[in-house]
Design a protein around this ligand. Sequence first.
Ligand SMILES: NC(=O)c1ccc[n+]([C@@H]2O[C@H](COP(=O)([O-])OP(=O)(O)OC[C@H]3O[C@@H](n4cnc5c(N)ncnc54)[C@H](O)[C@@H]3O)[C@@H](O)[C@H]2O)c1
Length: 410
Amino acid sequence: MNYNRVQGANNRIVLGLIGCGGMGAANMRNLMGKQGVEVAALCDVDTSRMTGDIRDVEKKYGRKPELFKDYRKMLERKDIDAIIVGTPDHWHALNLIHTVEAGKDSYCEKPISHNFVEARSMANAVAYHKKIVQVGTWQRSGKEFTDAISFVRAGKLGSKIVMARAWRTDGSKVGNDRPSAVPASLDYDMWIGPAKMVPYKSNHVHGNWRWFMNTGTGMTGDWGVHMLDIALLGLSPNNEDLAMPTSVSAYGGKLAYPTDDRTAPDTVEAIFKFENPDVVMTWSTGRDYANRPDCGVEWVGADGRCVRCWRGGWSVHEANGEPMDKEESPAVNDHWQNWLDGVRTRQQTRSSLASMAKTTMVCHMANIAYLSGETVRFDRSKMDLVGKAGKNTTSYFREYRKPYTLPIYK
Ligand SMILES: NC(=O)c1ccc[n+]([C@@H]2O[C@H](COP(=O)([O-])OP(=O)(O)OC[C@H]3O[C@@H](n4cnc5c(N)ncnc54)[C@H](O)[C@@H]3O)[C@@H](O)[C@H]2O)c1
């Protein structure tokens, strides 16, 4: 990033966006509402996905953004300080590593990667190039979550926590489709990128890619990275030094929709064991959860008291279920402003890439355990799995489709 220029008279941060679909565009619009931000360029491999974003940028700045199909060309622009990565999961590692290699900061969507080895290399690349990256886990800036986490960290649930639970209902179906002609607006070869080439089907691409393990991570990566992240934060002293499990088992399958085209399981129960302190954490995704919100996190203390939080609220309960008094903590600034502040001051952001690499690895461990049917063990000192268990799964690592290669940072 051109640090001198950003610190200049107007403190302006010039942005480019890779992936103009749903969340990339939402992030861009949030950032366009902030002081000192300018969007200069947009990149998508499907021109039909860019129309609304081109219109909004032109309306805001009185000029069209420069348009790209190949993000590597956009990264050549020296005047762009930072990049929003809003592509599907299978592209994040290349998009982000190339972005920091080009000297730019990033607002990168979650889960940070398609697989475990990518996440580790991304974390090392960002540290090596000293870039400020905010991951799109905006729950870390949400009042209900920061309140609940502060309450648990302050020991108000009791000094010993014995269990954490995270869950999310999965009602997603992609149906069944046949291979068909690729729409003229889409460069499908570039959309598939480093993933395995498969015939084009309309239900595999935009939005739906998350339900295919070739391009996504299923509900465990898609929402586990939000809810398990909050569970981990409550077990950790701060946002950077995350508690990490020592072993993980997971069971599930395409149990609810066996004939659906999706390859990701619709039902998963994962169990994570932690040592020092001894805690058990679970991740559940399935059809429904009677009497509780469709997503949430709970921490349970040794005496049975419990803190529960979900999108929209949080509560504290006695062991018998009776509500207890809550104590709120001061509100924090929003997730996008927190990133802009970090870019300007070079201070760590609330969802740093280093910290979100850890949460993402925890999600991958559940997918690895599910895919392999093995209990996987994690060695924190090496940031790797122990032995061979799980390592032959694509959620651990896969060779990229040629000519793409993953830059490995150690
Ligand atoms: N933080 C959140 O709450 C939140 C919510 C939704 C999605 N997301 C994340 O945002 C990301 C995008 O999800 P989405 O639902 O918006 O997906 P989407 O499919 O709607 O959009 C992705 C866009 O990326 C484009 N694309 C694919 N490969 C590309 C490439 N090589 N170069 C440029 N463009 C490319 C696609 O054409 C598409 O327009 C995912 O990582 C997802 O997990 C985060």
